[in-house]
Design a binder for this molecule. Structure first.
Ligand code: ARG
Length: 581
């Protein structure tokens, strides 16, 4: 509502400017507040007071002109001018109630078909396969999955791309080690972390081993069948580990979404040829480089994007160029999103620019790096185990579930063991995901178990609990949140009802914003406020004990829409709701 009113006021200002009533060079910051006293309106703006001086008018006079120039909108029932020149707005309650009813009648909560419908490629998770997934992979995986779900819900076509690092030099080391290792020992190979560490140790200690490792990379990249077979085997195990983590996290990636660096191997030579044909290549100390004027170092010298090393090897950037071309030409994407650490920002600016110059992607295709900050420990330093190692994701999730178990048990000691476990799993995993999603992705964030598992504040347990409160209302009256046909219509009367209703109507605009900017945290904030408004409504407006049956019905409808919006919103964040906890 505030956004809508701001937009309407901005239109009024520009109309007055065109009529010469206001100076043309004004671009005021329009403020709209919740009115303190609802008898005078639901929202108020002090715009006329702010602009009176530059306009050379009395505030009330200007307010009248602004009101006369305001375009009408069905969401606004009435406008008046109060005091020295405040403009007050009354929300159209019947209109709002109608919007909510439409949302209730639609399993998609009123989402219209997108315009334009886009095909969106989302590059997320994309771990390097040499090691097991660790906390550094959490943010891309979780944030990327939420954005994917939101875009899909809004009706866009989403194509997930898990651009795993499966072709780097580390594979030579692993292959060499795999050869001397008792390869049949599947069980031990299961511990990738350990395997990697041992291989690295051999690599660092034995020059002879290191040499063999280097040979294996060359052989592998040249397509040696034996090396390829071993590499494949290794990848399968490694991808199996990733998939287990995705499944446990409830992340929607499957093995079909994997298209790793190796998939582009046979296109890299052509990428370099194309760049050469376009006259974009410069040789620098034997390496093939693209220099772009827009990227300079601190001394003002142009920075190179190296696409082929002096020895002939290709690089991360070369693969990304091939991947972009594939996403544009084969996948026909309108938009490609890259959920990758903020520290790779320059890399993406550069490869985007090269891809455009070379014509690998058409001008109208959007390329967006959606960077994120580092995950730190509660002490603000990078998140590590006590002895300074990287924290494996599985260990982190084990701890989250264990802690959640303790909490749920102390709240609900009478619950049966298997139900306790089930709740603890949903709460533990949900808490980890929500803590990440609720912060703006571009800032670093501190991982803190106590905070994320708290039942108060902007947390998963709080929201999951809010949902169970709605669910219990429906359990008590023995009906489902979907079946409301026999109820009297929805009416917004009490202030708490209007507040809740107005917020419910903001669900879709919130999703659209999150999908455009790649910011699931706005959905978290939205849901948190929704739970808060439901709480006020619940306290102030008895539902099942309402005075009249029509009132009870209307409130049940509001509660149902709240419950369904909470569940849908959490689902879009990849978090499961529970009926009780
Ligand atoms: N594997 C890379 C890393 O761990 C991330 C890949 C991101 N995607 C891409 N197209 N570059 O840093």
């Amino acid at each position: 509502m505030k956004n809508l009113i701001s937009q309407l006021l901005a239109q009024a200002v520009s109309t007055l400017q065109q009529q010469g009533e206001l100076p043309a060079d004004l671009s005021p910051r329009i403020q709209v507040e919740n009115a303190r006293d609802k008898t005078h309106g639901d929202f108020a703006s002090n715009l006329a007071l702010m602009l009176a001086k530059p306009a050379g008018l009395k505030p009330r006079e200007l307010a009248e002109k602004l009101v006369a120039a305001l375009p009408s909108d069905p969401a606004i029932a009435d406008i008046n001018i109060a005091g020295p020149g405040f403009i007050n707005f009354f929300q159209a309650r019947d209109w709002l109630a109608e919007q909510l009813q439409q949302a209730l009648d639609d399993p998609l909560l009123g989402a219209p078909p997108p315009n334009p419908k886009q095909r969106v490629v989302i590059d997320y998770s994309s771990p390097n396969l040499a090691k097991e997934m660790h906390v550094g992979h959490l943010r891309s995986t979780i944030i990327g999955d939420a954005i994917t779900r939101i875009l899909g819900f809004l009706g866009h076509e989403v194509i997930r791309q898990n651009h795993v690092g499966d072709w780097g030099t580390q594979f030579g080391m692993l292959l060499a080690y795999l050869e001397e290792y008792s390869v049949d020992d599947q069980a031990e190979l299961g511990d990738l972390e350990n395997f990697y560490r041992q291989a690295k140790q051999r690599f660092d200690q034995s020059p002879e081993f290191a040499e063999r490792a280097r040979q294996r990379v060359v052989q592998l990249q040249a397509g040696d069948p034996e090396c390829l077979a071993l590499w494949q085997r290794f990848n399968q195990i490694s991808l199996g580990h990733c998939q287990a983590v995705y499944d446990r996290l409830g992340v929607s990636l499957t093995t079909a979404d994997v298209r790793g660096e190796s998939a582009y191997n046979d296109q890299l030579a052509d990428i370099v040829t194309q760049l050469r044909n376009k006259g974009l290549l410069t040789e620098d100390a034997g390496a093939q480089c693209v220099f772009l004027d827009e990227f300079k170092n601190s001394e003002g010298k142009a920075l190179p994007v190296i696409v082929q090393k002096a020895g002939g090897g290709y690089l991360y950037a070369t693969t990304d160029l091939a991947a972009m071309r594939y996403r544009a030409k084969e996948l026909q994407a309108d938009r490609a999103l890259y959920l990758v650490d903020q520290r790779q920002a320059l890399h993406f600016q550069q490869v985007f620019a090269v891809a455009r110059k070379a014509g690998f992607v058409p001008p109208e295709m959007q390329l967006e790096h959606m960077g994120f900050g580092t995950m730190n420990g509660a002490d603000g330093k990078p998140f590590k185990t006590r002895d300074g190692g990287t924290v494996k994701l599985t260990d982190l999730l084990d701890e989250a579930e264990e802690r959640a178990y303790g909490l749920v048990q102390s709240k609900n000691p009478q619950l049966a063991e298997d139900e306790l476990r089930q709740i603890a799993r949903a709460v533990g995993i949900g808490a980890v995901k929500y803590a990440d999603l609720s912060k703006h992705r571009s800032s670093d964030y501190s991982f803190n178990f106590e905070q994320m598992l708290s039942f108060d504040g902007n947390t998963a347990p709080y929201l999951m609990y809010a949902y169970t409160r709605v669910a219990s209302v429906f359990r008590k009256c023995e009906r489902s949140m979907q079946q409301l046909d026999d109820l009297a219509p929805l009416k917004l009367e009490a202030d708490a009802e209007v507040d809740l209703g107005a917020h419910l109507a903001q669900f879709l605009p919130t999703l659209e914003y999150a999908a455009r900017e790649g910011t699931p945290h706005v959905l978290c904030t939205y849901l948190y406020e929704l739970a808060g408004r439901f709480s006020s409504f619940y306290e102030q407006c008895p539902i099942l004990a309402a005075e009249q049956p029509e009132q009870r019905d209307s409130r049940l409808r509001l509660a149902a829409l709240t419950g369904r919006t909470l569940a849908q919103g959490l689902n879009l964040l990849g978090i499961n709701t529970l009926e009780r906890m």
